[in-house]
Design a protein around this ligand. Structure first.
Ligand code: NAD
Length: 443
């Protein structure tokens, strides 16, 4: 059993801290956001993550997991301190290290015994060294030793608990064998593959992994756009391509591109790291450009379907950047809904969990439906932006009856062309032929 402090109780810190408690460690999760800590202390989970509430509550009851905003005291009481604060995209595209630097300073100020300082946040190569320097400069007693480790996080929102408990690999970038051993032992109960490397390589592994996945998405989206021009169906192309074990079927779903708190900022940060090092990283530049263009393709599709969007009422289904999360960071809906409103449409939107967060960021004139069917009622077209099960499994016959015009523009390829054709719904999806209906006036 190890004594662990996790600083930053967001999607990553809360989940990983809770999972470390679940495998038997003594964990204190800390945050500067007092409101978040108060909610957690009263048993309320501030984010939507399936299964999290149950394991937070069981580990709190067992006394293995606690929450505090007294960060200094938590650091002093721990042998291992994780940095899990945000590293958002700055105006120039690089990772903003303000929070990481602030935490490193606090760790230094509270270094009362040997500790391993572990960066879990996604940070540019070189940050581990900066953390080490900051901790060293701020410690009250320079004879107190510490080590820094990079242990990037790979969990995915929506399946974060399972990703953490069945971790595929733990990457440990360390400057000392002692620290590498301590962090490897910490992970032992996860029965995962431990990959030990140096600080810089561990930091780069995280960016390389996310950039590669983003590249797969942009690549299949380019194939999708070409499929539309040559009469191929990208879902069948992706299935055929994915059968090749060298390629694999994952991350080959064509759609409106990636969003969320990681891929957009991490691809931009990697591009920035390359530029800073006088390297033109051509693939990543294209991946970013393609992803941006792919979102806007939805506007072309809705214009093609309706002729003009002016004065039309659009039902938008799905607001979060992906299903099973309330995370709205870089969600396509944040670009597309304002664009529809600017083009003179009215919008009623629905998401199973993200409306409270989305309504803080979307224009005030956006209206919200109570459920899928309430949202579709009387709309001139339906636009699908997130493939929640509730949306994929909607009763299409009922949907057709509720819509004023039977038009679906689907950015996530939720339905088969055949079923839409049989139901008489005009259907514009991504990388597949358009399904047109006789009564669909504008084609
Ligand atoms: P988040 O914004 O949800 O949480 C960050 C938390 O840190 C917030 O609660 C904030 O109040 C807190 N914080 C900021 N400054 C602090 C300070 N000085 N002291 C204590 N707490 C402080 O962010 P997140 O999504 O959990 O991401 C954290 C890091 O993990 C980022 O670098 C991100 O790129 C990386 N990451 C995220 C995911 C993901 O799916 N969200 C996956 C892998 C890696």
């Amino acid at each position: 059993m190890k004594k662990v402090a996790v600083i930053g109780t967001g999607y990553v810190g809360l989940v990983s801290g809770t999972c470390f408690a679940e495998i038997g460690h003594q964990v204190i999760c800390c945050d500067i956001d007092r409101r978040k800590i108060d909610l957690l202390k009263s048993g309320i989970i501030p984010i939507y993550e399936p299964g999290l509430e149950e394991i937070v509550s069981s580990n709190t009851e067992l006394g293995r997991l606690s929450f505090t905003d007294e960060i200094g005291a938590a650091i002093q009481a721990s042998d291992i301190v994780f940095i899990a604060v945000g590293t958002p995209m700055s105006a120039t595209g690089e990772a903003d290290l303000t929070y990481v630097k602030a935490v490193a300073k606090t760790i230094g100020e509270n270094l009362n015994s040997y500790k391993v300082v572990v960066t879990k946040s996604t940070v540019p190569v070189g940050t581990g060294r900066l953390v080490a320097q900051t901790v060293a400069e701020n410690r009250p007693d320079s004879s107190v030793e510490f080590d820094v480790v990079s242990n990037p996080e790979f969990l995915r929102e929506g399946t974060a608990i399972a990703d953490c408990m069945n971790m595929e690999r733990a990457v440990i970038g360390a400057t000392s064998d002692k620290a590498a051993k301590i962090i490897a032992e910490l992970h032992e109960p996860f029965n995962t593959t431990i990959y030990i490397t140096n600080l810089e390589s561990a930091e780069m592994i995280k960016y390389a992994a996310n950039a590669f996945l983003a590249t797969k998405i942009s690549f299949i989206n380019e194939i999708a756009n070409l499929c539309e021009r040559v009469g191929a169906d990208v879902t069948e192309v992706a299935a055929g391509v994915g059968l090749d074990s060298r390629i694999g079927a994952k991350f080959l779903q064509a759609g409106i591109g990636y969003g969320g708190s990681c891929f957009p900022k991490d691809t931009e940060a990697l591009k920035h790291i390359a530029t800073q090092n006088n390297y033109e990283f051509k693939i990543i530049e294209s991946v970013i450009d393609i992803n941006h263009r792919q979102r806007l393709i939805m506007l072309d599709k809705i214009k093609e379907a309706l002729g003009s969007v002016q004065g039309k009422h659009i039902a938008v289904l799905g607001l979060a950047f992906k299903p099973n999360t309330d995370d709205m960071r870089y969600a396509p809906s944040l670009d597309l809904i304002p664009a529809l409103l600017e083009m003179g449409a009215t919008v009623t939107a629905y998401d199973p969990v993200a409306i409270p967060e989305a309504s803080k960021q979307l224009p005030a004139e956006t209206e919200y439906g109570a459920n899928v069917y309430d949202t579709l009622r009387g709309a001139d077209a339906c636009m699908i932006l997130t493939e929640w099960n509730e949306i994929k499994e909607m009763d299409l016959t009922r949907a057709r009856e509720l819509l004023r015009a039977p038009i679906v523009v689907d950015g996530r390829n939720c339905f088969s062309l055949q079923e839409m054709e049989e139901l008489g719904l005009a259907y514009y999806s991504v990388g597949r032929p358009v399904v047109r209906t006789p009564e669909h006036a504008v084609v």
